[in-house]
Design a binder for this molecule. Structure first.
Ligand SMILES: C[S@@+](CC[C@H](N)C(=O)[O-])C[C@H]1O[C@@H](n2cnc3c(N)ncnc32)[C@H](O)[C@@H]1O
Ligand SMILES: [Zn+2]
Length: 353
């Protein structure tokens, strides 16, 4: 069966929610059995965008913004796309680590239906496919230097995945399709985040998991201006038309809960422990099992000649930190520590069974 055949029973018309079927005489054409709209494939991408895209002006401005940014990188060799995310860049270095955590946490992947939202070059989709998943990648922009470059992966690796041009706020899939939905730095680009989360909740199977890495968070007491200054790339991206937003973790939690999903955060610092080559992902795994954890973390503050440094030294000397990292105490304030500080975090949300 070709990739599209596997997915046809799960597709849904983005205009009328009708069933989609393959055209009898054209292999690069699908049609809606209700409104009769046809959907074409071009350069390996199936166009399943809604006829009337909501908030189109914002999305088109963002699309143009990415295009302009990406034009500067149009001549990268295939080796670059094949190496992603293992390249020498802080964004990808962190993403590679987070992806490893997600792959560990979301196991098993074999034959699981996985969707990547805002997939761009599809570097993450590639890793889900390699882990044995039946993977699909959805992206709003058909940029030849981004979504188009996913072809390099399909041409050079023994994997396949389904590529869709679509809108994450109006997914062209029926309900309860995916075991896992993933995105990297995408939620905070949606023009209607609440609607995108509703779509995630609708298309996940009961018990299915959503993972979001590299999302933009800021503590609740930050002003919008301060939040947008947290990363030096944010303002230039906004000037280029890219829809950069940032939210407190509690806001993401509110929207996921509104969509009837259970919300949690993985802190790469607290919840991940390495044992030789293997990785353990469990709430507090690093804190409870690594006796040096608090020493190394507080040790950083200890060198500061500030109130934080003073408090860090006091905490270390008194041994009081042991009370805070006690498994009976730490879960009580863990979410708030993650919400009110700038610690990195991965969103993991589950659709209840
Ligand atoms: C910051 S980029 C991240 C790309 C990729 N995930 C990565 O980490 O390299 C955000 C991506 O989300 C896509 N995007 C934004 N709004 C979208 C929407 N409504 N539906 C689908 N994709 C969207 C953009 O086109 C862009 O490729
Ligand atoms: Zn239709």
């Amino acid at each position: 069966m070709s990739k599209v055949d596997v997915w046809i029973p799960n597709l849904q018309c983005p205009d009328c929610q009708g069933q989609i079927q393959a055209s009898e005489d054209r292999e690069d054409e699908l049609f809606c059995t209700r409104c009769k709209r046809t959907f074409m494939r071009s350069e390996g991408m199936w166009n399943l965008l809604p006829t009337n895209v909501a908030n189109m002006a914002i999305k088109e401005r963002e699309r143009e913004g990415w295009k302009k940014k990406q034009q500067l990188r149009h001549d990268l060799p295939p080796k670059y796309y094949l190496s992603l995310p293992d390249v020498d860049h802080p964004y990808y270095q962190a993403a590679a680590r987070y992806l490893r955590i997600v792959i560990e946490c979301g196991k098993p992947w074999t034959e699981k239906k996985v969707l990547e939202l805002g997939a761009a070059e599809c570097w993450a989709t590639r890793h889900f496919a390699q882990a044995g998943a039946e993977a699909a990648a959805l992206e709003y922009s058909d940029d030849e230097n981004r979504f188009g470059k996913a072809q390099v992966l399909l041409d050079n690796l023994p994997i396949s995945f389904f590529r869709i041009l679509g809108d994450g706020e109006c997914l062209p899939f029926g309900p309860n399709v995916f075991d896992r939905i993933f995105c990297c730095s995408v939620l905070h680009h949606f023009s209607d985040l609440a609607q995108a989360i509703k779509e995630i909740a609708r298309t996940l199977k009961p018990g299915g998991l959503f993972f979001g890495i590299h999302e933009a968070f800021h503590p609740p007491y930050y002003s919008k201006k301060r939040a947008l200054k947290m990363h030096p790339d944010t303002m230039p991206s906004i000037d280029a038309g890219i829809n950069e937003c940032s939210f407190p973790a509690s806001y993401y939690r509110k929207l996921f809960r509104k969509a009837c999903m259970e919300f949690d955060l993985i802190s790469p610092h607290w919840d991940v422990r390495y044992q030789g080559n293997s990785m353990i992902v469990r709430p507090g795994a690093a804190l409870y099992d690594d006796p040096n954890y608090a020493l190394t973390t507080l040790g950083k503050g200890q060198t500061q000649a500030s109130l934080t440094g003073f408090l860090a030294r006091m905490l270390l000397l008194s041994g009081l930190w042991r009370v805070f990292v006690n498994p009976n105490v730490f879960p009580l304030f863990r979410f708030h520590l993650l919400n009110w500080t700038v610690r990195s975090k991965i969103i993991v949300a589950r659709k209840p069974v």
